[in-house]
Design a protein around this ligand. Structure first.
Ligand SMILES: [Zn+2]
Length: 182
């Protein structure tokens, strides 16, 4: 118990903690770039990226607070995620030689992505905060799981064939992944 507690504390200290304040100027990540937040009086949708800024309807925060603001960002990442990731799956599936059965972008807890038994690929909406080349790595990784369920040598060999520089992308994710959060 003592070891567990201290290990958990150590992890907390070392994680790239994200502390949010829902105010003008706060920055948010999208595809590896940082964009400032502007609270706006009125617009057609709750949240949109406009002229290099995340424009969020102020009334949304007034009514629903942080939860409502977070929900608007999640919905944004999910919508963009489905569109981008489905295109990247299409791009890489033939190179890997597999046919996934579908795609879902949602909150999948502490994992970035997963491949179900029925070969449906799932991605956490947080993936959309990562640079495009990191998302590509996650896509190739999950596609290769259709061939090999485990992270054995054969699996990594498959990833390597399609993406020879996968290791630097994997290292990036390990190093900076904790900073990809709301
Ligand atoms: Zn895996």
């Amino acid at each position: 118990m003592w070891i567990y507690k201290n290990l958990a504390e150590w992890r907390d200290l070392n994680a790239t903690a994200v502390v949010r304040e829902w105010v003008n100027g706060e920055s948010f990540l999208y595809l590896g770039r940082s964009y400032r937040l502007s609270l706006v009086a009125d617009q057609d949708v709750d949240l949109k990226l406009l002229e290099g800024r995340f424009c969020l309807k102020r009334s949304l925060i007034d009514a629903g607070g942080e939860a409502a603001a977070k929900a608007a960002f999640e919905a944004f990442y999910i919508e963009k995620g489905v569109s981008r990731i489905s295109k990247r799956i299409e791009h890489f599936a033939s190179k890997v030689g597999v046919k996934p059965t579908g795609l879902k972008v949602k909150d999948i807890g502490y994992r970035w992505a997963s491949c179900t038994k029925s070969n449906m690929l799932q991605f956490h909406w947080k993936c959309m905060m990562a640079p495009a080349k990191i998302i590509d790595y996650m896509v190739v990784h999950e596609l290769c799981h259709i061939h090999h369920r485990n992270h054995n040598d054969a699996f990594w060999n498959e990833v390597d064939k399609v993406m020879p520089d996968f290791n630097e992308r994997k290292v990036w994710l390990k190093k900076y992944g904790a900073g990809l959060d709301l």
